[in-house]
Design a protein around this ligand. Structure first.
Ligand code: TYD
Ligand code: MG
Length: 461
């Protein structure tokens, strides 16, 4: 019997198996396996057309011409920064994020800026009708006449149009709506997403079109069929943000053309996304005055320092096992720091509940915020108010020592820019800093020193 070959894919992570399984060995989620046809075999398999010469001959490194690797600006400094300095031509960029976070808005605004600068742009939407896109465009402001839209979900037609028109930049909104007739499973399934991305990759590298792909995120927070997708594209950007806050953060998780540490900050307004050039100011907005358990820390994101407020609340536990909760930072790290405070600074935290929160919904895991977390906990426990004008950074080691962190100079400069008058920092950073004026630097060697400084400078409640 001539039976069509099928395999099972996990719809969450793209794990492939020849038989059905209840739990995915890859991502441990249950009931996610779906039967799909095995990948379509193609005559051209093996040569994806990436930078291919006609004959299969290796090239000498020094002979490769780099002049074409020019970057275009997207017209938004925050987006350019995350992309590593602009849009690289013929690259494939995946933009992931929760539904409604603003992916379509961001890309449509980018299209407007690009076509205003004379680039040819094609926006392919499989999700919204032409009228809906027009309505959104009207909200965003004036668009040049030359921008083209195309509503299509059939991959064959998309391919044909892209190969005929060869625009400078194309947007695919979204990859989950595209389907190829050759694959035969439902749109959005792993096999379809993989096939569509593969076709788009060939177009991008073969025709020199820069393609931005929008990808929806599953409940677990990764793009559906993620492993498969993330390997194929050049750059993966995630657009994230708190549903309840108006600001959005664009983060690079993979970038073949730049650093993955950079973030871009935007604010959603009525007329679309606005860039936030000074996010620290934004994040510190609404800080409580004269409250214990609150201190400002500095964390680096790529080359940019961000100031955030760290809050801690320590209270008497009513149960045998104290309760600890963290929001926005690593739970185990906070437990570790509490143990260090207990042993090395002599505070009896064993019978206290502790809650630590990074205000503003940011997520930060850099060790440079250790000292601030410790001081916030001590401040809450002892009810000491740390003055508003103090910023703190430094890593805390297990013996209670305050260790050096990178880019101390930038952190101090950022504090100065935002009007802080005092910075508590590791003594080992002394050598790395230029002479500072207009800001007082308190160098500490140990956690104890930092605590005794806040006890003497801070006010009791
Ligand atoms: P959208 O770009 O459609 O999200 P995605 O493509 O990621 O699903 O963003 C939709 C949300 O943004 C919607 O809740 C309305 C809001 N919005 C504004 O607040 N202002 C605007 O100017 C626009 C265009 C959208
Ligand atoms: Mg959308």
């Amino acid at each position: 019997m001539n039976k069509k070959k099928t395999v099972f894919f996990c719809q969450e992570c793209g794990y492939e198996s020849s038989k059905w399984m209840g739990q995915c060995p890859g991502c441990h989620s249950w009931n996610t396996f779906v039967e799909e046809p095995a990948a379509v075999s193609k005559k051209s398999a093996g040569s994806s057309g990436i930078g291919r010469a006609d004959r299969p001959v290796p090239v000498v490194l020094k002979d490769i011409d780099l002049t074409e690797e020019i970057r275009k600006t997207s017209g938004m400094a925050e987006l350019d920064r995350v992309l590593g300095g602009g849009i690289v031509s013929a690259s494939l960029v995946l933009v992931g994020g929760d539904p409604g976070i603003g992916k379509s808005t961001l890309l449509l605004q980018m299209c407007r800026n690009l076509s205003n600068n004379g680039a040819s742009v094609l926006y392919i939407s499989g999700e919204e009708s032409l009228r809906q896109i027009k309505m959104r465009a009207d909200r965003l402001g004036s668009f040049p006449d030359s921008m083209e839209l195309f509503c299509e979900t059939n991959l064959g037609n998309v391919r044909e149009v892209l190969e005929r028109k060869k625009p400078d930049v194309a947007i695919i909104d979204s990859i989950q709506t595209m389907y190829s007739e050759e694959v035969g499973s439902a749109p959005g399934s792993v096999a379809q997403v993989r096939e569509s991305t593969n076709v788009l990759l060939q177009i991008a590298k073969g025709c020199g079109v820069t393609i931005f792909i929008v990808g929806h995120v599953t409940k677990e927070g990764s793009v559906a069929g993620p492993r498969v997708l993330e390997h194929m594209v050049d750059t993966v950007l995630y657009f994230e943000g708190d549903r309840h806050a108006s600001y959005r953060i664009l983060r690079a998780v993979k970038n073949r053309f730049g650093s993955t540490n950079e973030i871009g900050v935007f604010e959603m307004e009525n007329e679309g996304l606005r860039e936030v050039a000074n996010p620290s100011e934004f994040l510190l907005d609404g800080r409580p005055e004269n409250a214990s358990g609150s201190v400002v820390a500095c964390s680096m994101n790529g080359t940019r320092p961000l100031l955030v407020e760290i809050q801690a609340l320590v209270c008497q536990s009513n149960f045998g096992i104290p309760r600890r909760t963290t929001v926005g930072t690593d739970f185990n790290r906070v437990n570790l720091l509490m143990a260090v405070i207990e042993r090395k600074a002599g505070l009896a935290l064993g019978a206290s509940d502790a809650y630590v929160n990074i205000a503003g919904g940011m997520k930060m895991n850099e060790p440079a915020i250790d000292l601030a977390i410790c001081l916030a906990i001590v401040s809450s426990y002892r009810e000491i108010i740390i003055p508003d004008s103090v910023m703190v950074f430094g890593e805390v080691g297990l013996s209670g020592e305050v260790r050096s962190v990178s880019m101390a100079e930038q952190r101090v400069q950022e504090a100065k820019k935002l009007g802080f008058s005092t910075v508590i920092l590791p003594a080992v950073c002394k050598g790395a800093l230029k002479k500072q004026e207009g800001i007082e630097l308190i160098y500490v060697n140990t956690l104890r020193e930092a605590i005794s400084w806040i006890c003497s400078a801070g006010g009791k409640k």
